[in-house]
Write a protein that binds this ligand. Structure first.
Ligand code: SF4
Ligand code: SF4
Length: 179
């Protein structure tokens, strides 16, 4: 009874017309996400996920189910697909050998191509193109390197720029709506 009450209380239920029947096949067509076809929603991935422990809303099991249901917009626009800490716990514990870590990478690539990349991620990419490192170089790092007689950090990385241009990741635009 409580379960029914909870369902009726949902503010934004997903209408069947919003589902994309091709979404699951598109995801599973990618070699890195093929294993998702074997998922039987046991929840072992979520039980061992350190991010789920901190943010209960983040659940690999739930995301896997949403992909299988065809919830394209809800999955690709979800900030949660970017929460993964890349620890591989889900992959190591899954009884069906689903590498959910790789599934997330497929989802993130799809999300970026469809205009849902978080602005912080796009900024980090720009920083890598510019300096070769993810975070801006701080003045005290430069001084410390000089004190330790380490070589200075190069600002120009033509080979890296070329690789990034070939992947097209430098052309990805950040999502426009609020994250
Ligand atoms: S542990 Fe594997 S089979 Fe179980 S819900 Fe997660 S992905 Fe699916
Ligand atoms: S790899 Fe990501 S989804 Fe999997 S257990 Fe670790 S944090 Fe969770």
């Amino acid at each position: 009874m409580n379960k029914i009450k909870k369902i009726l209380e949902l503010k934004n239920p997903v209408s069947i017309s919003e589902l994309d029947p091709n979404f699951k096949s598109e995801v599973i067509a990618h070699p890195d996400a093929r294993g998702l076809a074997a998922c039987f929603s046991c929840g072992t991935c979520s039980a061992g996920c350190p991010i789920h422990e901190v943010f209960s809303e983040y659940s690999p099991k739930k995301l896997a189910k949403m992909v299988r249901l065809g919830m394209r917009k809800q999955v690709l626009s979800s900030p949660y697909i970017w929460y993964c800490a890349t620890c591989h716990n889900c992959e190591q514990r899954c009884p069906q050998n689903v590498s959910f870590f790789n599934v997330l990478n497929v989802l993130k690539n799809m999300a970026a191509k469809e205009g849902y990349a978080p602005s912080a991620w796009v900024e980090q990419t720009k920083q890598v193109v510019k300096t070769g490192i993810v975070f801006p170089t701080e003045e005290n790092w430069i001084k410390k390197r000089e004190e330790l007689s380490l070589p200075s950090l190069k600002e120009d990385h033509p080979k890296l720029k070329k690789i990034i241009e070939l992947t097209g990741v430098n052309k990805i635009k950040p999502r426009v709506d609020k994250e």
